[in-house]
Design a protein around this ligand. Structure first.
Ligand SMILES: C[S@@+](CC[C@H](N)C(=O)[O-])C[C@H]1O[C@@H](n2cnc3c(N)ncnc32)[C@H](O)[C@@H]1O
Length: 302
């Protein structure tokens, strides 16, 4: 992870894409990035070995470094970029709790809180630099998953006039949704320090997103505001399947470890655990739709 972080910080993938995606020789990369050539050579050799970049001929007697599907995910503002998420997860603040995971397996304490003195959201509230890392990381994840929701089950939004995104971060998910479903009025709901710096969403004549915040001590019961018969809660989350053939299952299990390390009680849930949560929250029925993503779409009805 540290070498991938290094590649993102050096903007190696961005430099190659600025070269019209054409392979770049070590000497071109060295000049553009201002690096020491033998060190950059060793880093590129490592990244090529892990298929994060690949070698391609530039001329008959010279080889250059080209992008692969993996390095395309490292372009800072690329379409399906994961750069911000990697920068967050490899930050010292997020890495520190992993070193004390073993010390917290016998309790419900949060390793994050033990390492950083506060829970993750309280820490972000007083550390704007870290909060920006979180918001940017959540936005890059939202771009990927919301595209999959729109593509995989657009009917989920049929007939919806008003949509509240609870914990919607900087509003990326809602702004994508109101662009595609412009009859929806979106309300992005998050903590004050997140909403205060969220970019203003461009509104068209018909689509609109407003921002709202809540103090961290307040509890929100979304279902109290849901109109009976026509309202629902849409949950976009992993459903752990214990399916060894599913090629994304390892990511869900990894995210579960991230939840354990970065939150006290957060977890990724199995179908049985979702059934329990949804019924305990007072919903009478729910359905799950699979999409082309790590997450599934759960619709819960009052
Ligand atoms: C894991 S992030 C998800 C962000 C966004 N939904 C996404 O997928 O990109 C959780 C969000 O919940 C917000 N949050 C945490 N506690 C909250 C609370 N008590 N009320 C409202 N939002 C909260 C955080 O600030 C953060 O933006």
């Amino acid at each position: 992870m540290a070498v991938v972080k290094c590649a993102i910080e050096l903007r190696i993938a961005d430099v190659v894409i600025d070269n019209h995606g054409s392979p770049m020789t070590l000497s071109e990369l060295t000049t553009t990035l201002g690096c020491e050539p033998s060190r950059l050579h060793r880093i590129m050799r490592f990244l090529v070995h892990y298929r994060i970049f690949k070698e391609e001929p530039v001329t008959v007697d010279s080889i250059g470094f080209a992008l692969t599907s993996l390095s395309r995910r490292l372009i800072r503002h690329g379409e399906r970029s994961m750069a911000a998420l990697i920068l967050l997860e490899s930050s010292p603040v997020m890495l520190a709790p992993w070193h004390s995971l073993s010390a917290h397996v016998n309790s419900w304490n949060s390793p994050f809180e033990a390492a950083n003195g506060k829970d993750v959201w309280s820490y972000a509230a007083v550390n704007p630099g870290h909060s920006k890392l979180i918001n940017d990381a959540m936005a890059c994840d939202a771009k990927v998953v919301v595209s999959a929701v729109i593509e995989g089950c657009p009917q989920v939004f049929d007939g919806i006039k008003s949509l509240v995104d609870v914990g919607g971060g900087n509003g990326t998910a809602l702004s994508m949704l109101v662009k595609v479903f412009p009859w929806i009025h979106g309300i992005n709901f998050d903590l004050p320090h997140v909403v205060a710096v969220a970019p203003k969403v461009d509104s068209t004549d018909t689509s609109e997103v407003t921002c709202s915040s809540v103090s961290q001590m307040q509890t929100l019961f979304p279902y109290e505001a849901i109109p009976h018969d026509e309202g629902k809660v849409i949950i976009v989350q992993s459903v752990i399947e214990d399916n060894k053939d599913d090629k994304l299952e390892f990511v869900r299990l990894m995210l579960d470890m991230v939840m354990m390390t970065h939150t006290g009680k957060g977890k990724e849930r199995t179908l049985k655990q979702w059934e329990y949560v949804v019924s305990e929250a007072g919903f009478t029925r729910f359905n799950i739709k699979r999409i082309n993503a790590i997450q599934s779409v759960i619709e819960a009805y009052v």
